[in-house]
Design a protein around this ligand. Structure first.
Ligand code: NAD
Length: 344
């Protein structure tokens, strides 16, 4: 649609972006979305099938590190906003192969924001109007803050110092710093969201919850790292998308917002709950899915606990998670049963 503003969304053939795009297109008819995705092993266009015929949606296959391509997209589509999801996202891969994390997450983010800055600066905006006419929203993780003690009052806030421990979180922390600098130095209209662990439909097989469900359904061993007591703060992916929507539209320029649903669970609690649900939904005689749990050697440098204090987003922008862990995980399991063609 020619009268619409056009937002460049990156990495939306992946898990979170492919939940975000249909939600956003459905809610706002006054935006066009251009999705730039390299379709690495983590990207899958099947995830966006429902959007293919939407006239406000366009897919471009390419690398966010490709400056000429990114410049072409800004000029061709007169991009006025960016919502930047594209990243290498799997901690285990970053331990084996950190180089591509620095390339995509650091250099790719730099390329995008530098092109955005130069493009928007070339426009005849007054300094004040620039904030109204353009916005760069960077999607990041709570892992940049490092690890927490097991004291339940110990929570990540927007003021927690950065202390990333894995090559993945270090690359995301670096990209957050680049965004910050473009706001501080050049006055670019930026926002950052740091979210806790997501789960839901369309997540890549490599991640914890899809791994649990897939192995359980095949009755294969379910691998759990170390003692299974590492704690993550789980958020249903659509609640993350709704938080992004609020911050993109109403977040304060230059600010960071933490997103998390106050749903701390150990990995063992996660696997137990999923197995309980499967025991009910897909029962096998004289068998509990829990018997498949197998402890494996811990991940190197495995952070013990992450938990988010989302008060800023709740109080300033009125965000609240719609799903608790139980309602979200039931929806997620339903989606995977459907994917694997399993009738209850
Ligand atoms: P994902 O791995 O499922 O998807 C990443 C997407 O980016 C894929 O489609 C991939 O093809 C694309 N991509 C990778 N390198 C690219 C490049 N060089 N150029 C263009 N596209 C490229 O990741 P996700 O789980 O959807 O995460 C999206 C964002 O959210 C990431 O920035 C991640 O750091 C952040 N995040 C994720 C979580 C989580 O729990 N999954 C939590 C907080 C923040």
């Amino acid at each position: 649609n020619n009268n619409n503003k056009t937002i460049l969304v990156t990495g939306c053939a992946g898990f979170i972006g492919s939940n975000f795009v249909p939600y956003f297109l459905d809610k706002y008819k006054n935006y066009n979305l251009v999705n730039l995705d390299l379709l690495t092993y983590a990207g899958n266009l099947e995830n966006l099938k429902e959007c293919e015929t939407n006239p406000n949606y366009k897919f471009i296959k390419g690398d966010i590190c490709n400056r000429e391509l990114v410049e072409f997209i800004f000029n061709e589509y007169d991009i006025s906003g960016v919502i930047h999801f594209a990243a290498e996202s799997h901690v285990d891969n970053s331990i084996k192969n950190p180089g591509v994390f620095v390339q995509t997450n650091v250099n790719g983010t730099f390329t995008l924001i530098d092109v955005a800055y130069k493009y928007w600066m070339s426009k005849p905006f007054s300094y004040k109007d620039k904030y109204k006419n353009s916005r760069f929203h960077h999607i990041s993780t709570d892992e940049v803050y490092g690890t927490l003690s097991e004291d339940p009052n110990d929570l990540f806030t927007e003021k927690t110092p950065y202390a990333p421990n894995s090559p993945y979180s270090a690359s995301k922390a670096s990209s957050d710093m680049i965004i910050r600098a473009y706001n501080e130095t050049y006055g670019l209209n930026t926002v950052i969201t740091n979210c806790s662990n997501n789960y839901g439909p369309k997540q890549h097989d490599e991640k914890l919850i899809p791994t649990i469900i897939r192995n359980a359904l095949k009755q294969n061993p379910i691998p759990i790292y170390g003692d299974g007591k590492n704690i993550r703060d789980w958020l249903y992916v659509l609640d993350h998308c709704k938080g992004i929507d609020l911050v993109y539209h109403n977040g304060k320029t230059g600010d960071t917002y933490n997103i998390g649903g106050r749903n701390e669970r150990t990995n063992l609690q996660i696997v137990d709950r999923i197995c309980e649900i499967l025991d009910k939904e897909v029962p096998k005689p004289n068998f509990s899915y829990k018997s498949l749990v197998t402890f494996v050697e811990d991940r190197a440098g495995h952070d013990r606990r992450y938990a988010i204090d989302a008060s800023k987003l709740e109080n300033e922008l009125g965000w609240k998670a719609d799903e608790n862990f139980d309602s979200g995980i039931i929806k997620t399991i339903e989606w995977y049963l459907n994917k694997y063609g399993i009738n209850k």
